[in-house]
Write a protein that binds this ligand. Sequence first.
Ligand code: SIN
Length: 355
Amino acid sequence: MVQNTITPALLAYSPPDPPLKEFTPAKDRAFFADTEKRSLLSAASAAEDLTPYIGTELKGIQLSQLTDQQKDELALLVAERGVVLLRDQDITLEQQHALAAHYGIQDRDPNQQDPNHVTIIGRGGNIRAHGHSGGEYHADHSFEVNPPSYTLLRLVKTPPYGGDTIFTSQTALFDKLSPTFQKAFEGLHGIHSSDRAYVASINGGGSPHRAPIATAHPLVRTHPVTLLKVLNYNPTFIERIEELNGQESHHILAFLREHLLQANDLTVRWKWTPGSVAFWDNRSVVHRAIPGGYDVTLREGKRTAVYGERPFWDPERSESLSQRLERLGANGHAIGTANGHENGKSEGLGANGAF
Ligand code: SIN
């Protein structure tokens, strides 16, 4: 069990790198996509929506072979569907780095040793144990001023069972709140802190290269591509709600955690196989890698991500998913796209066109 207390190792440790400065990333590649995603979807043999709210599996396509146009359309599909999943990918690590570079500047987790990727391993233990860390839902390092936007994880080896990852749509999580709670949460800020991760890392023998930080981000954010309202909740890193008193903050965060854990209908669960990939939008999705019950040495992956914009809240330009569907007179629940249409015929809702 990793100690979450002040230890001599913690007191002696001094991280080598300065804090990151806020910056404005280049325009999101999804804005360069054909809203129908014709090039990408016609190259795939199938694009199957796995659940109503999140997750599309692309079949018959290799990430290593994508044209720039198809990469942009993939970004749009990820922004719309939260996570795009693929199997049997032949992409090499170098090609994965190049693909990430198409979407922006490679981000670096404070605990990331290689500047270009994180090596993801299996997680053991009992998720219910006191102080168990690593199995909680999270968006990756949301405490950064510029948290990641697009994140790609490719597993190179996988156990025969166990180690699945669950992805949950924060667009849908916001949408499922009552209008009263939606209004109450809009305009609030969560304080996202890396304190606990920093302490656990050093006490576990790690050497984070940056000091911990705490950043206030909107609790409801506007997704820059879809312009949908997204709950920006993160049980791993949010410590409190800035505008609330202590008890109020404590109970609202407890409610939000229950809201998230209750959301099996807003979730997709991915069983990994060697060479499979999950490409998710870290701005609108939380995920959890389910720990325990398998041989952790059999799970290994490479994660690449790029810095996104500073999360923002633009009430004038954004709407909830239900408002969007009502305005468009659309049936059903899906945010958009492929819904099982073969060979690229998509009847879905495009983010920056049909929306
Ligand atoms: C992560 O938390 O980014 C890794 C997810 C996983 O191991 O499936």
